[in-house]
Design a protein around this ligand. Structure first.
Ligand SMILES: *[C@@H]1O[C@H](CO)[C@@H](O)[C@H](O)[C@H]1NC(C)=O
Ligand SMILES: *[C@@H]1O[C@H](CO)[C@@H](O)[C@H](O)[C@H]1NC(C)=O
Length: 409
């Protein structure tokens, strides 16, 4: 009798637990559905990319930026008032063996977005359900960016993020530029990522950091695959409440109908083979104060309105360039997730990842060679960085590595 009662109790409590779980699931799916409805705007035209993405061509005036309460009456700036000028165009061909080639996006193979629209990568319910919560979808974790002089944050394993970067600090920076070659690093665990980017920074790390970021990334969690994608990010409070990747929240105002944020880029560099690179330029319009972004030499993509930021309403106090990976150390071993090409900087052109012609924009709107460039990496035996200077490449560096190896157990 006692045993039967116990069994009944067990059955009842198990089924209550199961019901709780499935209603929790239903709630999440419902939340995800609502969020999708907000993110995915009605399209004028949709394009099915060969990589599986859907690219929606959305009327410029219906883009996510205009969900922002402070953008309700905003007049879109169709072009920047100023464009930084410099001696180095940054697109000079290399004299170091085979020449890097220009790059585009996979979805162009299947169509283009009409004038007056912008291409937006459609978010799927699966994308959102992969995130820890609907709220965290499209956002970096707090403390996602490292202050190069305080390696203790990462060495005590609080964040598990590893970097190999160069940086300048202490000046007044109104923008930055770099040409980055593009790779397809292997990711060991779906919750890890590998990215290569520019950071434009102001404020205090971990507290009220303002950051504008752009580059390429492989992030199975965010996109559901291992494709290399062009991305942007912004935050005005150290990744806490504000900001997101791409157009996954309101903020960035896009004006360009050719490049989609978060879409795959193509082709990719190959080891000992052809090298493909992208040029990225971010600069502050001295008249309106907005931060503009250009992809390649001809695609002006749009801008982050000045009011999104606190410190960056004026200028940046630091710029970083380089790679970042997540090391989740599963099984107590260093991750084998690669950074850059997955090869160390010492291997050089054609084999290692590089940033070339790195430049900053000064207070007179000129592109300049950065001065007093620092380098930083938590564990050079896992991922390393080596900088240099030459005629064609200006200030450049090679960076990256394989992660786990005999010297990085
Ligand atoms: C937008 O314009 C309307 C009408 O002029 C005004 O009432 C409203 O306060 C404005 N909103 C913002 C956020 O400026
Ligand atoms: C991504 O690559 C890893 C190996 O690097 C593989 O195990 C995984 O299945 C791939 N994921 C997808 C979604 O293709």
């Amino acid at each position: 009798m006692g045993a039967l009662k116990l069994l009944l109790l067990l059955v009842v409590s198990l089924s209550v637990a199961a019901a709780g779980k499935s209603s929790h699931h239903r709630l999440r799916r419902f939340e995800a559905q609502l969020h999708l409805k907000k993110l995915n705007k009605p399209a004028v035209k949709s394009i099915k990319s060969p990589d599986g993405d859907i690219i929606d061509c959305v009327h410029m005036a219906h883009q996510p930026a205009f969900d922002h309460p402070l953008l309700k009456n905003h007049t879109i700036q169709m072009r920047p008032n100023f464009h930084p000028e410099g001696v180095l165009s940054g697109n000079k061909m290399s004299s170091k063996g085979s020449e890097p080639k220009p790059i585009t996006q996979s979805w162009h193979l299947k169509g283009r977005c009409p004038e007056g629209t912008i291409p937006i990568r459609r978010t799927t319910k699966r994308d959102i359900l992969r995130a820890n919560s609907v709220k965290s979808y499209g956002k970096k974790k707090p403390q996602a960016t490292v202050r190069p002089t305080s390696i203790d944050i990462d060495l005590n394993g609080q964040t598990g993020h590893q970097h190999a970067i160069t940086y300048v600090e202490g000046g007044q920076y109104y923008g930055a530029k770099a040409t980055i070659n593009v790779w397809s690093p292997k990711i060991q665990h779906p919750n890890e990522f590998s990215l290569s980017q520019i950071w434009i920074l102001g404020g205090t790390f971990g507290e009220d950091l303002n950051s504008i970021e752009a580059g390429w990334q492989v992030s199975p969690d965010l996109y559901g695959d291992n494709n290399t994608r062009f991305f942007t990010y912004w935050t005005s409070d150290a990744y806490q409440a504000t900001g997101c990747y791409n157009l996954l929240c309101s903020g960035f105002v896009q004006i360009n109908n050719e490049i989609a944020l978060g879409a795959s880029i193509y082709p990719i560099s190959s080891y000992r083979g052809s090298q493909y690179d992208i040029s990225l330029l971010i600069w502050k319009d001295p008249k309106e104060g907005n931060w503009w972004m250009q992809f390649g030499n001809s695609y002006v993509l749009g801008y982050w309105p000045a009011f999104l930021f606190s410190y960056l309403t004026d200028c940046a106090s630091m710029v970083e360039w380089g790679g970042e990976v997540v090391n989740s150390e599963s099984g107590g071993q260093h991750t084998s997730t690669q950074m850059g090409s997955g090869h160390f900087p010492g291997e050089g052109f054609g084999k290692a990842g590089y940033f070339r012609n790195i430049q900053v924009v000064d207070g007179s709107n000129n592109l300049r060679q950065p001065e007093d460039i620092g380098t930083f990496t938590e564990q050079p035996s896992c991922y390393d960085v080596q900088n240099g200077k030459s005629g064609d490449w200006g200030n450049y560096f090679f960076y990256g590595g394989p992660g786990r190896n005999p010297n990085c157990p």
